[in-house]
Design a protein around this ligand. Structure first.
Ligand SMILES: Nc1nc2c(c(=O)[nH]1)N[C@H]1C(S)=C(S)[C@@H](COP(=O)(O)OP(=O)(O)OC[C@H]3O[C@@H](n4cnc5c(=O)[nH]c(N)nc54)[C@H](O)[C@@H]3O)O[C@H]1N2
Ligand SMILES: Nc1nc2c(c(=O)[nH]1)N[C@H]1C(S)=C(S)[C@@H](COP(=O)(O)OP(=O)(O)OC[C@H]3O[C@@H](n4cnc5c(=O)[nH]c(N)nc54)[C@H](O)[C@@H]3O)O[C@H]1N2
Ligand code: SF4
Ligand SMILES: [Mo]
Length: 558
């Protein structure tokens, strides 16, 4: 029996008990205070299938053909020779969220040891929201999740827990049975709406407007006109009064989804929700996604410089770097402006270090296959809950850390990755202290085209799917009234054109999406292209996070 944990980009951070017999493993989730009995989600089986002895080998492109590298020693030897000429060259280094555990920093430390290696500033995930909480509270921290037991009402702002945090969802179900009211705000009527006492189909990027209207209604704010704010948000007077009554007649918890900060005004929206929680005495009932390794000292990888996240594809396409190093990331699928990424990857020599042959690897010059989380002893905390776990490796495949150490040896670099026991703990994470005076309200962009949302699907995480799983998911959700106006029916192939390019998906006509809004599942191959072909690389009002959802598209039947 081995103790393990799942280090995928998922807030739940399941602790796992593994029983192995005859080369087969069975996985059992450990219970938590808020999730007893424990369980692992159905995706875990997919991770095991993708990553344990999946038969992939490393390879190097030689004269346009892939030369397979059959053993780990051969792969490391060839990679050391591949990297040697780049010791003083300008390198761009990107690490993604394939595994979020601490020891993945081995690669940061290795490449920061090259003389002119650049890291990235900002990111695709939670940077905007973290900047918001940093500005308002001077701290990135969540209250204990069990504080929810003190609430009478729980508001979920675009937090599709049923799909993206199944342990939170299980806890919400228990809390509902105890009599808590649940309110769910989302332009899309997702599976989480089924749990809610009230589902409100808010327009995208309008959560801050609603929070401001509520603060005005409660007398905490003036200078704003409630009527136009509600009209822009698509929130009815009845829903507004229901929310007001909840806030006035009991304690209300606020759970901010990561999604709502992926808009041009995403930081502002987060800050208005923060303000609503603070002014109604609920700072201890306010939740978001915070950094998962904040309780450990950071490994000291110092890069020669940093390039802004929205410039990555452009910089590679313009030939600003001699080498691109891509670790546990799949930007050809997951980052905006996919067509530009294709250009950049074909122009710049590229090393991909991954457990799978992802879309980005298809254009690599060197592919190093590692064993993934099952081969890696590691530790981390959750980015939402308070728990943390450590694990030993489960398989003997080449781990990221073993590969980085072997390379460091071959290249004569000092890899200063500490054992877990020697990594300093940060004992006193600062507490929240609200420090914001007046807060301007940033109105969302408007357009007569359709706002494109790209949401998580319960069956896979980010771009990590099994081949073929995208069948049946290559759809674009269109509101019934919009579809009638455009003459589009369910099953029609539709070209979705945005500022950066286009993709093709099958229409799925539904009343379960706000008018003038369309939605497809994120980060999978579409019938033609991928959703990020349509999405330009642009940042939110924090300047640090990508504004994936402030994009307006045209729909044409093909
Ligand atoms: N199964 C699964 N789980 C995952 C992931 C996955 O890909 N699959 N990804 C993981 C990662 S990396 C992250 S960051 C988290 C993300 O998890 P969440 O924070 O739940 O974010 P999303 O799933 O992107 O979006 C959730 C919902 O927000 C809605 N939404 C979009 N814009 C707005 C808005 O302006 N206001 C409101 N109220 N709602 C809006 C979308 O329609 C969508 O239904 O999930 C993690 N968990
Ligand atoms: N349009 C649109 N795009 C989005 C989003 C959106 O909402 N809309 N969401 C964004 C968000 S929130 C995020 S977090 C990003 C995520 O984007 P990425 O960071 O690209 O995340 P993944 O798709 O999970 O890809 C990670 C890669 O890591 C590999 N991998 C897995 N485990 C390991 C390991 O242990 N070691 C190594 N070396 N590799 C491993 C996987 O095989 C996969 O190819 O996507 C963003 N992209
Ligand atoms: S993806 Fe999330 S819910 Fe599923 S096993 Fe991993 S940590 Fe648990
Ligand atoms: Mo994310």
């Amino acid at each position: 029996m081995t103790n393990f944990f799942c280090s995928k980009d998922c807030p739940d951070l399941c602790g796992v008990r593994v029983e192995s017999a005859g080369g087969r493993h069975s996985f059992h989730g450990l219970p938590e205070k808020w999730s007893d009995p424990g369980f692992v989600c159905a995706k875990f089986r997919i991770f095991a299938e993708r990553e344990i002895n999946n038969g992939l080998k490393s390879w190097q492109l030689v004269d346009g053909a892939k030369r397979p590298l059959l053993s780990d020693a051969e792969a490391i030897e060839a990679l050391a020779a591949f990297l040697a000429p780049f010791r003083d060259k300008k390198i761009l280094y990107l690490r993604g969220s394939g595994s979020l555990a601490y020891n993945m920093a081995c690669w940061d430390l290795l490449f920061a040891g090259f003389n002119n290696c650049w890291g990235v500033s900002g990111g695709p995930c939670d940077d905007t929201g973290c900047d918001a909480d940093g500005a308002d509270f001077g701290a990135l921290i969540n209250p204990e999740i069990t504080n929810l037991e003190q609430a009478d009402t729980i508001i979920l702002y675009g937090k599709n827990a049923r799909s993206t945090s199944q342990h939170l969802y299980a806890y919400l179900k228990t809390l509902k049975k105890q009599g808590k009211k649940i309110i769910y705000l989302d332009p899309v009527k997702t599976k989480t709406a089924g749990l809610a006492d009230r589902y409100i189909m808010i327009n995208p990027a309008c959560d801050g407007l609603l929070a401001c209207a509520l603060l005005t209604g409660l007398g905490h704010e003036n200078g704003h006109d409630i009527g136009p704010l509600l009209a822009r948000a698509g929130v009815s007077q009845d829903d507004f009064e229901y929310l007001l009554a909840c806030l006035q007649n009991g304690r209300t918890a606020h759970i901010k989804g990561v999604s709502i900060q992926r808009h041009g005004n995403g930081m502002n929206a987060y800050r208005w929700i923060n303000r609503l929680a603070v002014k109604t005495g609920s700072m201890d009932l306010l939740y978001f996604g915070h950094p998962s390794k904040r309780r450990w000292e950071k490994p000291d990888a110092v890069f020669a410089g940093r390039i802004a996240v929205e410039r990555l594809a452009e910089a590679l396409a313009k030939g600003e770097f001699d080498l691109y190093v891509n670790v546990a990331a799949n930007p050809a699928m997951t980052y905006p402006d996919s067509n530009r990424w294709q250009e950049g990857l074909s122009r710049t020599p590229t090393l991909v270090i991954d457990t799978n042959h992802c879309r980005t690897a298809e254009q690599a010059d060197f592919f190093l296959k590692v064993g993934g989380m099952f081969a890696q002893s590691d530790f981390m905390g959750s980015y939402f809950f308070s728990h943390e776990y450590a694990r030993d490796s489960l398989t003997s495949e080449l781990s990221d850390v073993a590969a980085a150490r072997m390379l460091a040896d071959r290249l004569g670099l000092d890899l200063r990755l500490k054992e877990q026991a020697r990594v300093g703990r940060i004992a006193d994470v600062p507490q929240r202290e609200y420090r914001t005076g007046a807060l301007p309200l940033v109105m969302p962009e408007t357009s007569d085209r359709f706002q494109l949302l790209t949401a998580s699907h319960h069956g896979y995480i980010n771009s990590q799917i099994l081949a073929g799983m995208e069948q049946g998911l290559q759809v674009i959700h269109v509101n019934t009234v919009d579809a009638a106006r455009l003459g589009i029916s369910t099953g029609d192939d539709v070209r979705v054109s945005g500022p950066a390019g286009a993709f093709i998906a099958a229409a799925l006509v539904t009343d379960g999406i706000a008018p003038n809004t369309v939605m497809c599942w994120k980060n999978i191959p579409m019938k033609e292209g991928v959703s990020n072909c349509a999405i330009p690389a642009q940042v939110t009002d924090s300047g640090s996070g990508l504004a994936y959802y402030t994009v307006f598209v045209d729909l044409h039947k093909v």
